[in-house]
Ligand binder design. Structure first.
Ligand code: FAD
Length: 435
């Protein structure tokens, strides 16, 4: 019975769903041994370092990941970075197939003057900062101003804005990073304005997330009802209205129409506004926008500008993959055709598609790529796999070590009344795994 050796690089949702698809494809004539390689000492990718702390239900998908990790033939090799500790060429030689599930972790740039000013951050820095990613503990976030601007009209922009706009005590029972909670409690920010370039009908928010906004207890949420009415009129002219769009517009209308409570904390969503400059002497002081309009379904700039005085700007306009170990990047993702990269190398998840879709989108996508891989398999290789590639003494976090880290974080959480208290120090994570 042939056993094929598969290396999956990246322990995020796409990596786990790829492992699961291989596990499901096994039969009496075909088995797989799966080595999952992860650069951090902890797995779960953006489920740990991206998903908002006040959305704990979403994170329960990690239970599925842990079940996949318990299956026979699965091994975790965390604290190993492709491009630093191992090369793609070495993996290619040792494994029958290498699957890049490395995500997209670099924030897209606005490309406008003033973007480099202090306190102009990307969601790709701000989110892992509040989610206790060990590489982002030292991100400087100055929340001394009254107003923050978040640029982008998708769920990441909404997460960022919500975290800044809610009463920080609402984050007490969550797994938000301790260092972030302390700073959020000292924050002077009371008004957060999300600005999207296009109209309400083009926004990438999803309806469940929009529907949650009016439920915020300590924050009034505003959308200009004229902007929603204009969008309704525009889409009324369409032959067919997609269900998602209808739901989104309904959810936005509910926000616009909701009676406000007169709270000090405000979150506003503005549409048809393109940032053209960030101004400030030493740090962000003001953001200048051009107003846009929609004509014949197209978003076009007007001559009108306006500006918002704000001390913090966070751009959430998408993510790009970075190249590692000679992997070619095209349009912000790993260059691939339907998941095939080159030779026996494949890509899945955000590395393959770019930063689109929810966690579940990665499941069907990984399954399609696994079908392609299985169809391309040749004679199984007689090789040792990753263990032959690592320098002696390299500290590997395997599944047992990760379970120790996990248990320790959960126990600390139980004492503190949280789902977990995340350890943020790389060395301490490793020593927890060794304990
Ligand atoms: C801020 C934010 C909030 C989100 N919230 C939600 C939500 O509420 N609900 C929802 O359904 N979806 C949400 N998503 C989307 C969801 O997180 C993604 O669909 C999913 O994480 C993509 O999975 P992935 O495995 O491709 O990438 P990732 O989750 O990014 O995993 C990639 C993994 O690869 C590792 N890696 C990278 N480079 C290397 C290397 N060189 N060597 C070894 N390992 C490497 C990384 O450390 C990481 O663990 C959110 C996304 C973001 C950014």
């Amino acid at each position: 019975m042939p056993t094929y050796k598969i290396a999956i690089v990246g322990a995020g949702p796409a990596g786990y769903f790829t492992a699961q698809a291989f596990q499901k494809a096994q039969n009496e004539e075909l088995t797989f041994s799966i080595d999952m390689i992860e650069r951090l000492p902890t797995p779960w990718g953006l489920v740990r370092s991206g998903v908002a702390p006040d959305h704990p239900k979403i994170k329960t998908v990690s239970k599925v990941f842990e079940k996949i990790a318990k299956e026979r033939g699965f091994r975790l090799f965390a604290n190993i970075e492709l491009g630093k500790d191992v090369s793609l060429k070495d993996l290619r030689d040792q494994y029958d197939a290498v699957v890049l599930a490395t995500g997209a972790s670099v924030g897209r740039k606005l490309g406008i003057a003033g973007e480099e000013l202090k306190n102009s951050l990307s969601a790709a820095e701000f989110v892992p900062w509040y989610n206790a990613h060990p590489n982002y503990v030292d991100v400087e976030v100055d929340m001394s101003a009254q107003t923050a601007v978040v640029i982008g009209a998708g769920n990441v922009a909404m997460d960022v804005a919500r975290i800044l706009a809610i009463d920080p005590t609402e984050l007490d029972p969550t797994d938000v990073a301790d260092h972030a909670l302390v700073k959020l409690k000292q924050s002077n920010i009371r008004t957060v304005i999300i600005c999207g370039r296009r109209g309400p009908e083009h926004a990438a928010f999803t309806a469940p997330e929009l529907r949650d906004l009016p439920k915020l207890e300590n924050t009034d949420v505003f959308i200009d009802s004229n902007q929603i009415q204009a969008a309704i009129e525009r889409i009324d002219g369409l032959e067919e209205i997609e269900k998602d769009l209808k739901n989104n517009i309904e959810a936005m209308k509910a926000i616009a129409d909701q009676a406000k409570k007169g709270l000090a904390r405000k979150l506003e969503i503005k549409f048809l506004s393109t940032p053209i400059e960030i101004k400030g002497k030493d740090k962000v002081e003001e953001v200048v926008f051009k107003k846009n309009k929609v004509e014949n379904g197209k978003v076009i700039p007007t001559d009108e500008t306006f500006s918002i005085k704000a001390g913090l700007v966070i751009s959430a306009i998408g993510y790009e993959s970075t190249s590692c170990s000679g992997v070619n990047i095209e349009s912000g993702r790993v260059k691939n055709i339907a998941g095939h990269v080159e030779h026996n190398v494949y890509a899945v998840g955000w590395a393959k598609r770019g930063p689109t879709g929810v966690i579940g989108t990665n499941k069907s996508d990984s399954s399609d790529v696994v079908d392609l891989i299985i169809g391309n398999l040749k004679e199984p290789k007689d090789s040792e796999g990753i263990t032959s590639l690592l320098k002696s003494g390299h500290e590997v976090i395997d599944q047992t070590a990760w379970e120790k880290i996990n248990a320790s974080e959960v126990i600390s959480g139980e004492i503190a009344g949280k789902p977990r208290v995340k350890e943020v120090d790389w060395k301490r994570l490793i020593s927890l795994g060794r304990s």
